[in-house]
Design a protein around this ligand. Structure first.
Ligand SMILES: CC(C)(COP(=O)([O-])OP(=O)([O-])OC[C@H]1O[C@@H](n2cnc3c(N)ncnc32)[C@H](O)[C@@H]1OP(=O)([O-])[O-])[C@@H](O)C(=O)NCCC(=O)NCCSC(=O)C[C@@](C)(O)CC(=O)[O-]
Ligand SMILES: NC(=O)C1=CN([C@@H]2O[C@H](COP(=O)(O)OP(=O)(O)OC[C@H]3O[C@@H](n4cnc5c(N)ncnc54)[C@H](OP(=O)(O)O)[C@@H]3O)[C@@H](O)[C@H]2O)C=CC1
Length: 420
């Protein structure tokens, strides 16, 4: 879409369209402008072109591939600073997979952006077995985006008073928090006291949005009320008990974002035909690997590759990719029954949105459309719920296929064949 060689020649000192990327790049090189100030002197695309020129000159690297991006630069204004282009990776589809959810009920393609050969094939195989079995049942059982500021108090007694005040005045905190958003609703505030630190874990229903910005802005307003009304002094708006983008047991236990569970019962003949192994072998591999192995490792994830599906769909659909950390909090269960296999996944903390964040970008919104849940839902929140249910079904497909491949000793040959 963009090309350094045919950029407009114009006045590098003027605002907006017509600015010359070469002249702008010269001004950066001369120390007259900072890289991030280029947007004040040119439209977003020209500014990105000028930045590429600066980086090309400084590093000697040809950035023509990075400059060949397929979205309007200005559409990424709220997503990136110092933009130089686009990072592209292949996206494939698995499915369609049949999902019997509360919000998602039908057959759904699962777009997966990845560079790992064999991943889409694996999820596709799992999807085909799930669909042959009549589909996966999926339910969102909890929603709540959290933000937990930390306050300083003078000691335990004062901290306990602050915690009590918060518990008695949740309605006042909700009023302040909700004054900042049309869609966010404060669901709870849970105080934690550690010595002279008080943590307040705020949890919000954020509708169809991931809600991390929404929750952060709302919590700032609530924190001001806490400071006005109690002796507590705000130290940090995020006190890590949220817990955002770090492995944390609190998310695995209490949930964060969407807590979603999916299960399926697959007839024995379908298992044997699609996975080339038996329900008993899959159960044994799951127990020894995903349960005992994970326990011995002290892992928070009792699964094989939930993060693969979460990451692939997140990148394809404009979710915050760092939330894959929480998205990997998944427990996979498998049970061989008389003539069938029962399998389930529980994703405790899946952060998804169909509005906001990167969901409006060109390819990302296309992929949300492919799944069928782009934009705000009716009722509010139903699109994000549906996306969570479809991802859970995809994670279940990935678990079934990979654990089967391990049970049938096909993992390394599959990757030799498809991934090298
Ligand atoms: C690779 C397969 C699927 C072959 O499996 P197969 O049974 O030999 O393949 P098949 O040719 O008989 O086809 C069966 C089905 O697989 C699908 N399929 C088959 N090939 C393709 C393809 N090219 N493109 C799209 N879909 C494909 C497709 O659904 C097909 O059904 P059909 O449509 O023909 O009725 C299998 O061996 C497999 O799933 N292996 C596991 C690979 C895997 O899961 N990799 C994930 C990444 S591993 C990792 O990152 C995490 C790890 C392992 O470190 C985590 C841990 O510690 O456990
Ligand atoms: N601030 C932070 O600390 C952090 C931010 N992030 C980033 O936050 C972003 C996600 O935040 P998020 O708040 O979701 O996104 P946005 O900041 O993009 O806000 C989305 C907005 O969409 C509006 N909206 C319109 N329709 C709906 C609907 N149906 N349901 C819900 N909201 C709707 C809401 O407006 P209104 O509120 O007015 O109702 C909402 O605030 C990601 O880009 C992520 O990377 C990630 C981690 C930390």
């Amino acid at each position: 879409m963009t090309d350094d060689s045919d950029a407009d020649v114009g006045d590098a000192g003027s605002d907006g369209d017509g600015a010359d990327p070469e002249a702008l790049a010269d001004r950066v090189t001369d120390g007259d402008l900072r890289l991030y100030e280029l947007d004040d002197y040119a439209d977003a695309e020209t500014a990105a072109t000028a930045r590429r020129l600066v980086v090309e000159r400084d590093t000697g690297v040809d950035l023509s591939a990075t400059g060949d991006y397929a979205f309007a630069a200005e559409s990424a204004d709220s997503n990136i600073e110092n933009m130089v282009g686009g990072a592209q990776l292949p996206v494939g589809v698995a499915g369609p997979v049949a999902v019997r959810g509360e919000a998602a009920d039908g057959e759904f393609y699962l777009p997966i952006a990845t560079t790992e050969g064999a991943l889409v094939a694996s999820v596709n195989r799992g999807c085909s077995a799930i669909s042959a079995a009549g589909g996966a049942t999926a339910r969102v059982t909890k929603r709540g985006m959290t933000r937990a500021p930390v306050f300083r108090v003078d000691g335990v007694a004062e901290g306990a008073e602050v915690a009590e005040w918060v518990e008695d005045n949740e309605d006042r905190l909700a009023e302040a928090a909700e004054s900042t958003t049309g869609h966010g609703r404060l669901q709870s505030v849970t105080p934690y006291l550690v010595g002279d630190s008080v943590f307040l874990r705020f949890s919000y229903d954020t509708g169809d949005a991931n809600g991390m910005n929404m929750a952060t802005i709302a919590t700032r307003a609530a924190a001001e009320v806490v400071e006005d009304e109690t002796p507590a002094s705000l130290v940090a708006l995020s006190g890590n008990l949220c817990t955002d983008k770090k492995p944390a047991a609190i998310n695995a236990v209490e949930g964060r974002g969407h807590t979603v569970t999916a299960d399926v019962t697959i007839p024995r003949e379908v298992v044997e035909e699609r996975f080339g192994t038996t329900p008993e072998a899959i159960e044994e591999a799951n127990t020894r690997k995903n349960l005992i192995g994970s326990a011995k490792a002290g892992s928070l994830g009792f699964n094989a590759q939930a993060a693969n599906v979460v990451a692939g769909v997140f990148i394809a659909t404009g979710q915050d990719e760092a939330h894959v950390v929480e998205g990997s909090n998944c427990i996979t269960t498998v049970e061989a029954r008389d003539d069938e296999l029962y399998a389930s996944v529980n994703l405790a903390s899946l952060q998804v949105g169909t509005v906001g964040g990167g969901t409006d970008l060109a390819t990302q919104s296309e992929m949300l459309d492919v799944i069928g849940f782009a934009g705000g839902g009716d009722p509010v929140g139903s699109n994000a719920d549906a996306l969570a249910e479809v991802i859970a079904a995809g994670a279940l497909a990935g678990e079934l296929s990979l654990v089967s491949a391990l049970a049938s000793r096909h993992l390394s040959s599959a990757h030799e064949e498809l991934g090298r």
